[in-house]
Write a protein that binds this ligand. Structure first.
Ligand SMILES: Cc1cc2nc3c(=O)[nH]c(=O)nc-3n(C[C@H](O)[C@H](O)[C@H](O)COP(=O)(O)O)c2cc1C
Length: 350
């Protein structure tokens, strides 16, 4: 494999989504084999306890690389978590030329286009054919599936769980600190940044921006929480956009084993790329699923919330563990502001 091909595969990898745009990936080439590691300095924050978010991002990155390599005529042998005592070593991929392989890989064309869109409202409908295409992509990764609320009652229940989780992100001091520390306010409301969340990508309405920015201060957040601010923010960030979008589905993984979370990231990426090809906008909501797993050590006062959320989510999508909700729909235009990426050399762990 020549250097150009190797670089092209890594470029596809880092185009993947990651929670808070943390890009927690490191790559090391061993001849034609590629090792994918989680970056110790960009992972393991409170919501990433047990590396759930990093494993999802690693799965998405891996899937992008596999898809792009296939389009270049390479097949791969994948070994997940090759060494049990190295929790950051996620996978080894051995590439080989595949003359029999089918280089037509439609999803490859969506890798650079895919992005998170936090705007609303979006148009519908999401037809059963579109749903079936997205379902098929999830199921291509063994054990993974999408759950769609079958009735209005279940959609309402799912919306309730998501709203609770998003509210908790502003109410819990631990989660609040984590959330606001990943927003790069220094770039301003129009700039881009190569890592973390650029405020411009958050779709906060202009009159609300100074207030939202001020809420990064814990004391102010606590003060406004006495007046119900967390609840309003949960309503604005989750309830309203989802109510004004035609599609909501949930990625369900079969177990909480790290290999299944990694596979979940692969399925998430396939679904998102297919949605992109279909002209759909996507916003993931991960807090409900990730907090419900029970790994995240937040303040004891909120433990009851977590148990209730976990039980409600489990009831909705059993069997399995609902991990990431996806809000989907047709936007009028592509968003002007998108998240950036670090330079490729900064991911090198060789
Ligand atoms: C595991 C995971 C969880 C995410 N959770 C959320 C979320 O809860 N809310 C949200 O708006 N975006 C979420 N995102 C989207 C990321 O913020 C986004 O992928 C990142 O900022 C890079 O931007 P891009 O997707 O436009 O490339 C999540 C992405 C991943 C992979």
């Amino acid at each position: 494999m020549d250097r150009q091909t190797k670089a092209a595969i890594l470029c596809a990898g880092i185009a993947a989504p990651s929670a808070d745009n943390s890009q927690p990936w490191r790559f090391a080439w061993r001849g034609d084999a590629l090792d994918l590691h989680i970056d110790a300095g960009r992972s393991g924050r409170v919501s990433d306890t047990r590396y759930v978010l990093s494993d999802l991002a690693a799965g998405a990155c891996l899937e992008n690389m596999l898809i792009h390599a296939r389009s270049l005529g390479y097949a791969a042998d994948l070994q997940p978590f090759p060494q049990h005592d190295d929790e950051l070593w996620v996978a080894r991929v051995r590439w080989r030329r595949d003359p029999e392989g089918d280089p037509i890989e439609p999803l490859a064309g969506a890798i650079e286009q895919r992005h998170t869109d936090r705007r609303f409202p979006w148009r519908g409908p999401i037809t059963t054919e579109t749903q079936a295409r997205l379902n098929d992509q999830a199921r291509l990764i063994p054990g993974q599936r999408l759950w769609w609320p079958p009735t209005a009652r279940e959609r309402k229940a799912a919306l309730g769980v998501i709203r609770q989780a998003e509210t908790l992100r502003f109410r819990s001091p631990t989660l609040h600190a984590e959330l606001f520390s990943s927003i790069r306010f220094a770039t301003g409301w129009h700039g881009a940044c190569e890592e973390g969340l650029a405020p411009a990508t958050l779709a906060v309405e202009p009159p609300m921006r100074p207030f939202f920015q001020a809420l990064r201060r814990p004391a102010l957040m606590a003060l406004f929480n006495r007046l119900g601010a967390a609840s309003v923010l949960g309503w604005r960030s989750a309830w309203l956009p989802i109510r004004l979008s035609p599609g909501l589905c949930l990625l369900v993984i079969p177990s909480t084993a790290r290999s299944d979370v990694l596979a979940g990231g692969r399925a998430l990426q396939r679904v998102w790329l297919q949605a992109t090809l279909d002209g759909l906008s996507v916003q993931p909501y991960a807090a409900a699923g990730v907090l419900s797993l029970g790994f995240v050590p937040i303040e004891p006062a909120f433990q009851r919330w977590l148990s209730r959320m976990g039980a409600a989510l489990g009831q909705l999508c059993a069997p399995g563990y609902g991990l990431v909700f996806l809000r989907i729909g047709y936007a009028r235009s592509a968003p002007r502001d998108r998240s950036g990426r670090r330079a490729l050399a900064s991911f090198d762990a060789s």
